[in-house]
Design a protein around this ligand. Sequence first.
Ligand code: SF4
Length: 255
Amino acid sequence: MGNIDYDKKACVFNIQRYSIHDGPGIRTIVFIKGCPLRCKWCFNPESQDPRPTKDFGSMMSVADVYKQIKKDEVIYRRSGGGITFSGGEALTQPDFVEELIKVCNANGWTTAVETEGYISERTITRIIPKLDYVLLDIKAIPEDVHRRGTGVSNHRILKNALLINQLAKNVVVRVPVIPTFNYSKKQINYICEFSKYLNNVNTLHLLPYMTVGRKKYKKLGRKYEMGDIAPLSEDDLLPLKEIVEEHGFNCVLGG
Ligand code: SF4
């Protein structure tokens, strides 16, 4: 496996084995720190800061990660699985991800990324064509709604979605469904309308709001802005699933 820079480093805050929700087959997820968004519901708030902090994340080299992900290579082969890069926003560290993609390719493991799309066009054109699957978050279409929930405008994200659609081998749109933000037929309808411009997309995943991150905010000394809003169940999303299907997409709940 020549031509791979095994010394390249990034801050990794978790490596999760046996995932079945983040791309095809059985996968290991490499969570990379650093995210430019500040979603009010973020259940990995410790992932937002790109640096290692007191309890969260450590600098790992490509060689360190390889050692960990290699443990399940038989499972990847048998299940058609592989490695998913997540975060934070994994593509804030394109050099690191690119080297790991080379490692996966050399071993015959499939590669996927979960991205919120708030990244440079340069990174998209460089990395996206090299991946087997892209799980692209689209959170809201009205700019003011998006800004209120995530802290940033969605102009760049929607423009990038069109580019990712052109360049990705396989792309799925993922929508975290969040009360007080986009948990309505109207908002999901907007997202479906936009997704029709993404001619390579035929599946939308609706992910119900979870409160698993709530305790972490306290540990980080931050306020949890969602307060005590209850989590959603997959049943709560059934009326929204119907809308997605009426628009002609496959809809997966909790995918
Ligand atoms: S995009 Fe994801 S990681 Fe970033 S703040 Fe939002 S929920 Fe958290």
